[in-house]
Ligand binder design. Structure first.
Ligand code: SAM
Length: 233
């Protein structure tokens, strides 16, 4: 099986996103952790950022559940709802945590009805960097509304920090225009999403979450290109 790193994530031809992760589920844990800023620390730190009273959590793009190990350690009885488009990733998750309270849904979080005021906390880890501003803002509105009063949304993702890149906005624009160019070149329509990394600047991420109605958003952790934002309902 082919290995991949942050650069080969942008190779041709584009592959539909669910298909990409389904075909890599067996090697995902090892390869992913090797190739992200902060490695496993970026997953384990998340548990400490959730509010003390968290009993229910929804995780968008939960994948094989790498981030859940630390969460189950701190909150052994937490009820987790996980949504992911790639069934093979979810199969691995089920085998990893057979005795935990996890409700899994194999579908796109864009089509999933999260409900209103249902969860104490919401989480997404390394999944949102595949989507554009408009798509994410619409999703963030739904994320905010599925949270209970005083709920918190944590997003841990591949972002471009203005502290690390003088040209952060230029880089973001470049990746989005390359994605568009490749789609056109390959005759692909906007009906499906394809695996291509389009990280946003931290400034833009904070703005999108604020525009979606979150009352305060702040950067709470940062190693390499892995950045964690906490957004309060
Ligand atoms: C890089 S993996 C991250 C998995 C896990 N959260 C972690 O940090 O290890 C991205 C995950 O997001 C899922 N994903 C991407 N787009 C999705 C969508 N629209 N709806 C549901 N899941 C999605 C992929 O299938 C994949 O499992």
């Amino acid at each position: 099986m082919e290995k991949w790193n942050s650069e080969t994530l942008r190779t041709n031809p584009l592959v539909e996103i669910g298909e990409f992760f389904n075909s890599r589920a067996d090697i995902y844990n090892e390869v992913h952790v090797e190739n992200i800023g902060g490695g496993m620390e970026s997953k384990n730190i998340i548990a400490s950022l959730l509010p003390e009273n968290t009993e229910t959590l929804i995780d968008f793009g939960v994948g094989t559940g790498l981030e859940l190990a630390g969460i189950f350690k701190r909150f052994p009885c937490i009820k987790v709802t996980g949504v992911d488009i790639a069934g093979n990733m979810l199969e691995k998750l089920k085998n990893t945590y057979p005795d935990k309270s996890i409700n899994l849904f194999c579908e796109s979080y864009f089509n999933f009805d999260f409900g209103v005021s249902c969860f104490d906390s919401a989480l997404s880890v390394m999944t949102m960097h595949h989507y554009d501003h408009k798509t994410k803002t619409a999703l963030y509105e739904k994320v905010r509304s599925c949270l209970k009063e005083n709920g918190v949304y944590i997003e841990c993702d591949y972002m471009l920090s203005e502290n690390d890149y003088e040209n952060a906005q230029e880089l973001e624009d470049f990746y989005f225009s390359e994605y568009k160019r490749l789609m056109e070149e390959q005759g692909l329509t906007g009906d499906s999403y394809y695996h291509y990394d389009t990280p946003c600047t931290v400034k833009n991420q904070i703005r999108l979450l604020t525009e979606a109605g979150f009352s305060s958003v702040s950067e709470v952790w940062h190693t390499g290109n892995t950045i964690i934002l906490a957004a309060n309902k």
